[in-house]
Design a protein around this ligand. Sequence first.
Ligand SMILES: Nc1ncnc2c1ncn2[C@@H]1O[C@H](COP(=O)(O)OP(=O)(O)OP(=O)(O)O)[C@@H](O)[C@H]1O
Ligand SMILES: [Mg+2]
Length: 305
Amino acid sequence: MADFSRFVRRGDQASRLRQLVAGDRSAEAPKRASCHVITVISGKGGVGKTFIATNLSIAMAARGHRVILFDMDMGLANADIVLGVQARGTWSEVLKGRRRLGDVVIEAPGGVAFAPGSSGIAELADLSEFERHQLMAAMQEIEARYDVVILDCGAGISRNVLGFAATADTVLVVTTPEPTSLTDAYAMIKVFPHLSRTRPTPADEPGGIGLLVNNVASRREGRDVYERISGVAARFLQLAVMDCGYILRDEHVPAAIRERYPLILRYPRCVAASCLMALASRLSREIGQPQAEQSLFARVVNMFL
Ligand SMILES: Nc1ncnc2c1ncn2[C@@H]1O[C@H](COP(=O)(O)OP(=O)(O)OP(=O)(O)O)[C@@H](O)[C@H]1O
Ligand SMILES: [Mg+2]
């Protein structure tokens, strides 16, 4: 583990962070991105992010990836309920130095590592130097152990969500076909060209921003929503939105949540589970593609510059 103490003790923090990323990183930072970060976001709340992030994590693990899921919803951390696990600590305690990452990460059903969140955590931008140092150290540990990091975020545009999106290889925007949800999804997509790490990508290139349409009555409905949003994004933002498919409305979804067990394990043959497997297959193709030139560690450092 790198010794960060010299970076938090003296002088101008930003310039030292910059040195850490841009200068001789051989001792401190991994040279290449070794894990793929998928940040799950939405404009409107309640569109299925947590259901998708949890079950997608399991579907990716089933494909042989080493997956860690973070509950990053600072307002309503509830992925533990959907996974049916009992948190014994939260990753915010790791930032405060009260616990080690290994003590709070628990094994969730389906072989997924899960880092529970906590409601009411401070904005990332307001983290103290010590907390930032803890976060960076944790990222190095994660980078060494996992191939896929999935972040279940809160709804809407907050500084935290923008920060998490900026560290992502794939930003998965979830919407439903409802007009309010569509408008809010487009508003989310709109903010990304302004982020330093996101860029317009040709439709056939992997990575970038993907749209997933949840709670659709038919494949056709999912397709229509994708075409509408991606068409507007292409025309007005010159931004290619990756097609991440759709998830059918399925009564097994609320049933599994009531039973507090992941849908994909409880009802593996239901239509929503098949859609999730297709999503995992789509996203698996992204992994291993040359994408982020920077390590996860460096990307997190950049968030604070
Ligand atoms: N494909 C689906 N079919 C039927 N119901 C669904 C489907 N997807 C999600 N739901 C329902 O939507 C509800 C909200 O889902 P979830 O909590 O995952 O949303 P969220 O986007 O994480 O919400 P928040 O913005 O509050 O974090 C769930 O209780 C679930 O029952
Ligand atoms: Mg949620």
